[in-house]
Design a protein. Structure first.
Length: 448
């Protein structure tokens, strides 16, 4: 049996859901396919549970700061099982709301996987077929696994949220978002942490701020091993050991987290049957309008090689639905100046160009303003760690092309500055703005 629709969406993660909702809002007949829970990686194995754990880490640090302020109570340990229950109830509620919204929007949800049998036809797990003039691939990505001896002794990021206790000693292999975020929050909660990175940390972020973040993490007891080339893992009586090509070994650890990238979920889609092109690592190749090389087939989110952020997938899906079904032929996501935050300890945020990127593009026209300061809440407790904020501008008019911030609260304050940068912010606009005092955000306003 073959059923016809206006749109088939493969994948019910953030991007797929956003596309389906917007298309249905425009009157399209939409069917959404996914055998897994609604919300995908972000809700169940990424942004949401990670941010919940980050909040717990923030509270752990706040307890210590409270003692430094003069409160009598000593910091206590996290009741891991209680916290897991709170987090899971929150996630379950999101899943339920999505199901209700899909029903209210008239989107047909099928808890099945599907694969292409033609460029306009998807075959379901049960053998039935669906046909549509427009098909969106939004099947996301998963943690990369390595063909290394003993790899199975460690965890990938998905497994962190299934832990029933905090690991006392953990080795984290990698130097990207996942590695740096979990290193900070697990250390704040009480783990002994070592980060083993093969290349530069947090590629794509400004080098000066990344270095400042690493120094703060080291000050809090996190160890870093650079230029690591892990070849194997093996278990001893005292824990897990990691063999390194550049040194003897690392460990012992009670747990190992492999944070070595992600791979797109494309193998089971039979993309070759539809003639859809993929890159060397399996990502679906698209243009900036989310179109593949096959008319009527589109892709968005982590299954593509574009910026792997939930808001990017959501925005791309909405623009695509507006173009396909909303009478907006020019609708597409602008991939320039997308803000991003690493929820490290402390958080690191950016929007626009790094200093290196700006100098490569604009040369001597670049001007850099920096501010280093100790946030008031740290200074009151006698701490000396510093926040670092950096403004990058170009030309006589000093048009702002990059904003970078490291320190408590930057994850929230950066959003408004990102809007201003997107609208063509000049340094003189900041100079003309009255700052809110005393705040950390005022440092971005008052830079000389």
């Amino acid at each position: 049996m073959t059923a016809s629709h206006d749109l088939i969406v493969l994948g019910a993660g953030s991007g797929g859901l956003a596309t389906a909702f917007r298309a249905a809002q425009h009157g399209a007949r939409v069917v959404l396919l996914d055998p897994a829970a609604l919300g995908g990686t972000c809700v169940h194995r990424g942004c949401v549970p990670k941010k919940a754990l980050w909040f717990a880490a923030q509270l752990a640090q706040a307890q210590q700061l409270a003692v430094e302020f003069g409160f009598a109570s000593q910091p206590g340990l996290l009741d891991w099982e209680h916290f897991r229950g709170l987090r899971q109830r929150y996630i379950d509620a999101i899943d339920q709301r999505y199901a209700q919204r899909l029903q209210e929007a008239g989107v047909q949800l099928l808890r099945q996987a599907g694969h292409f049998v033609a460029s306009d036809t998807i075959e379901l797990s049960d053998g039935n077929r669906l046909q549509a003039a427009q098909i969106v691939i939004a099947t996301g990505a998963r943690p990369r696994r390595l063909e290394l001896p003993g790899f199975e002794l460690g965890m990938v990021s998905d497994d962190i949220f299934a832990l029933h206790a905090l690991p006392r000693r953990i080795g984290i292999v990698g130097g990207g978002y996942v590695a740096m975020e979990f290193a900070g929050l697990l250390r704040a909660l009480g783990s002994e942490v070592e980060v083993l990175a093969h290349g530069p940390l947090l590629q794509g972020f400004d080098d000066e701020l990344v270095q400042a973040l690493m120094l703060q993490m080291q000050a809090h007891g996190i160890r870093f091993s650079s230029h690591s080339a892990i070849q194997a893992a093996h278990r001893t009586d005292d824990g897990i050991m990691l063999a390194d090509a550049s040194t003897a070994s690392h460990g012992p650890y009670d747990a190992v987290l492999w944070a070595v990238g992600r791979v797109p979920n494309t193998e089971a889609l039979a993309l070759d049957t539809a003639g859809v092109r993929t890159g060397d690592h399996g990502h679906v190749l698209t243009n900036t309008r989310q179109d593949t090389n096959v008319a009527g087939i589109h892709a968005l989110g982590d299954v593509t090689a574009r910026k792997a952020l939930t808001p990017v997938a959501v925005a791309a899906g909405r623009r695509l639905a507006d173009r396909l079904f909303g009478g907006q032929p020019d609708a597409q996501l602008d991939y320039e100046n997308i803000p991003s935050v690493v929820f490290a300890e402390p958080p690191l945020g950016m929007v626009g160009l790094t200093e290196a990127q700006a100098r490569s593009q604009y040369g001597d026209a670049v001007r850099v303003h920096c501010s280093r300061f100790t946030p008031m809440q740290w200074a009151l407790g006698g701490r000396h760690e510093q926040s670092l904020m950096k403004l990058i501008s170009v030309g006589v008019e000093e048009r702002v092309v990059g904003i970078h911030a490291l320190g408590p609260g930057v994850d929230e304050m950066l959003q408004g500055f990102a809007v201003a940068l997107k609208l063509g912010l000049r340094k003189r606009d900041l100079d003309a703005t009255v700052a809110i005092h005393p705040t950390s955000a005022e440092e971005l306003i008052l830079m000389g």
